[in-house]
Design a binder for this molecule. Structure first.
Ligand SMILES: Nc1nc2c(ncn2[C@@H]2O[C@H](COP(=O)(O)OP(=O)(O)OP(=O)(O)O)[C@@H](O)[C@H]2O)c(=O)[nH]1
Ligand SMILES: [Mg+2]
Length: 209
C-alpha cells in the first residue's frame, strides 16, 4: 500500500521542527484508524484484530456492518504540516473494554480530535466527557458516512451539548485533504486556546492520569 508523502522536507533535516502529539478519538467504528491511515506519511502502526462471534453481543455494528476488525491498542501515524510542524497521531481504541488505554495514550497529548458518526452520536459522548473532564483541548470532526443524514454544525453542537468554543468540522476521513483540514482546525484551535504551538521539547501541558 502506498502512503501519503510529506508535502515538505524530511523533518529530520530541520533543526527547528516542533513535534506535537495529538489523539484521534471517538466511539467504536467512527473512522479513527481510517483517518490516521489516510493522512499518515509513514506506514501507520495499526493494532487491528478480527471482530469475533464472541464479541457480537457487545460490539454494535449498526452502520458499519462491513467492519471486520477493530483497534485493540492504538494507531500511530505522522504528518508534516509545515517545515516546522510535525504531528504525531495516536488513534485510540473505540470499544469500552479498551478504555484503560486512553489514560496512557493521553499523556503528553496537546489536543484531540473526537470523531463522531451522526448515526450513532451517543457513542461520542464518552470521548467528549473524557477530554472535557481532563481539560484536554479538542475539536469534533463529523465523519459523514454515505448513508448518514446531514446535520449542520449548530445541530451537532446542540446534540452533543458542546460549548461555543469547541470547533466542529464535517469531513470524510477517507479523503486525505478533508482529513488534513481536520488536523489544521485542531492546530488553529490549540493556537487560540493554548496560546501557540509548542516549542520543541515542551509538548506536555497535559499530564492527566
Ligand atoms: N461509507 C464510509 N465508510 C467509512 C468511512 N470511514 C470509515 N469507513 C468504514 O467504516 C469502518 C470504520 O472504520 P475504522 O477506521 O476502522 O473505525 P475505528 O473508529 O478505527 O474503529 P475501532 O477502532 O474499531 O473503534 C471501516 O469499515 C471503514 O472502511 C466513511 O467516511 N464512509
Ligand atoms: Mg480503529
Amino acid at each position: 500500500m502506498v502512503f501519503a508523502e510529506s508535502d515538505f522536507a524530511d523533518p529530520s533535516d530541520i533543526g527547528s521542527v516542533e513535534a506535537v502529539k495529538l489523539l484521534i478519538a471517538g466511539g467504536f467504528g467512527v473512522g479513527k484508524t481510517t483517518l490516521v491511515t489516510t493522512v499518515s506519511e509513514i506506514a501507520p502502526l495499526r493494532t487491528e484484530e478480527r471482530l469475533s462471534a464472541l464479541g457480537a453481543a457487545v460490539d454494535d455494528l449498526t452502520g458499519v456492518e462491513t467492519k471486520t476488525t477493530t483497534t485493540v491498542a492504538l494507531d500511530f501515524g505522522r504528518i508534516t504540516l509545515s517545515p516546522h510542524l510535525v504531528l504525531y497521531l495516536f488513534g485510540t481504541p473505540g470499544q469500552d473494554r479498551f478504555w484503560f488505554m486512553w489514560k496512557e495514550l493521553s499523556i503528553g497529548a496537546l489536543g484531540a480530535v473526537v470523531i463522531a458518526d451522526t448515526r450513532r452520536l451517543d457513542d461520542s459522548f464518552a470521548a467528549v466527557d473524557y477530554f472535557e473532564s481532563r481539560g484536554i483541548p479538542f475539536i469534533v470532526a463529523v465523519n459523514c458516512f454515505d448513508d448518514a443524514d446531514i446535520y449542520d454544525e449548530d445541530e451537532i453542537r446542540r446534540a452533543l451539548d458542546l460549548s461555543d468554543d469547541i470547533s466542529i468540522r464535517l469531513c470524510d476521513v477517507r479523503d486525505r485533504e478533508s482529513a488534513k483540514q481536520v488536523l489544521i482546525l485542531l492546530i488553529e484551535h490549540l493556537m487560540t486556546t493554548v496560546g501557540a504551538t509548542p516549542a520543541p521539547g515542551r509538548s506536555r501541558p497535559n499530564t492527566a492520569r
